[in-house]
Design a protein around this ligand. Structure first.
Ligand code: NAP
Length: 328
């Protein structure tokens, strides 16, 4: 199968086209012909090793000390089931599915276990839209529902509201009945309002750290608001959810937890079957709409990575693999 691999860490020009063996499936696995994937902020971090302070060595130990052990990046996918193992009951050949793969998705095929992060694509979205959802939507679900325990009527501040985490977070918070203040640049104001933000702060004009306003939950998707800064912005019993945090900040969080009723929570997104099914239900109910910035071809992965590297994307950057289809 055709794939886009990287054999060293570095700038977006590390990618090269490769012909890999088409994956074989076991009895509990599903082979998917990938139609669309995305370039996520996690992909660019794994390519560049531009990670929060203190995580560099940890990532190298996991991913490969001097070069990546796993040469295939990408996790989001949408596509068609082309083969199933003997014990797979839930899916049949021809099903249109989406989710998050651990084996890499910058390729024509990917393999998932039947209990992996995979579900059928709702009828009311396209395959392209489906691929744009898993990363940002499951991350914001983990942070708002699980770490934040967001409740109706709570005041929520979302920083980085125009990104893939942010655009999904606004829509989910609306479902939970929160009062949402979204931080973004002026050009994205109309978008975040259309997704459900009640108030918008243009960070290029206003210093929200000095506004004196208080919130029940602060969801900082970018790791810009420090644990100490958030204390003065939180109501009593409030929570600061950090999607990005450095190792030194983990120590700050631990120290603050000894003296504070306000909770600061850093954590990792949970990508699993329950969560992707929840995302699909939100879509079916018309509560969650995909936000796509641009779609690139697989051949243009370098350009796509350069674009995501800039840190200004709106929602998701999608990669079309279908166009590159070559019969094997
Ligand atoms: N903890 C976890 O498990 C987890 C999971 C997924 C992602 N993450 C992390 O979450 C972060 C965000 O991911 P993402 O995919 O949502 O990023 P993204 O899609 O690149 O979005 C970033 C957004 O933030 C806006 N922005 C840039 N500077 C800003 C500022 N100073 N204030 C407010 N908004 C600003 C950008 O638009 P403008 O520049 O045009 O304003 C852009 O729309 C990444 O660093 C990623 O590593 C963590």
């Amino acid at each position: 199968m055709k794939a886009m691999v990287y054999k060293k860490y570095g700038s977006p020009d590390v990618f090269e086209i490769a012909k890999l063996k088409r994956p074989q499936i076991k009895s509990n696995e599903i082979l998917i012909k990938v139609h669309y994937t995305t370039v996520t902020t996690a992909d660019v971090r794994l390519r560049s090793l531009n990670v929060p302070k203190g995580f560099g060595l940890i990532i190298r130990l996991v991913q490969g000390l001097t070069k990546p052990r796993k040469q295939l990046l990408g996790s989001d996918f949408s596509g068609e089931v082309v083969a199933v193992g003997n014990n797979v009951k839930e899916f049949v050949t021809g099903d249109k599915v989406f989710g998050s793969s651990k084996t890499g998705t910058y390729a024509e095929f990917t393999v998932l276990k039947d209990n992996g992060t995979i579900t059928k694509i709702p009828d009311n979205i396209s395959l392209e839209e489906a691929a744009s959802l898993p990363f940002g939507a499951m991350t914001s679900l983990t942070f708002l529902r699980d770490l934040g325990e967001l409740k109706q009527g709570q005041k929520l501040l979302i920083n980085g509201a125009s990104g893939s985490l942010g655009t999904n977070a606004i829509q989910m918070a609306k479902m939970y009945g929160a009062h949402i203040t979204a931080i973004c640049s002026g050009k994205n104001t109309e978008l975040v309002k259309s997704l459900g933000a009640d108030e918008v702060i243009d960070y290029t004009k206003e210093d929200y750290l000095k506004s004196g306003k208080k919130y029940d939950i602060i969801y900082d998707t970018l790791g810009i608001i420090s644990p100490k800064e958030s204390l003065s912005m939180l109501n009593e019993g409030g929570r600061h959810l950090m999607a990005v945090s450095t190792i030194p900040q983990y120590f700050d969080i631990f120290k603050l937890s000894m003296t504070q009723r306000k909770k600061i929570k850093a954590g990792m997104a949970i990508f699993n079957k329950n969560n992707i099914e929840t995302i699909a239900e939100f879509v079916i109910n018309g509560k969650l709409k995909p936000v796509i910035d641009k779609t690139f071809k697989l051949e243009d992965i370098e350009e796509a990575h350069r674009y995501v590297d800039m840190g200004h994307k709106v929602g998701s950057v999608v990669i079309n693999i279908e166009k590159d289809y070559i019969e094997l």
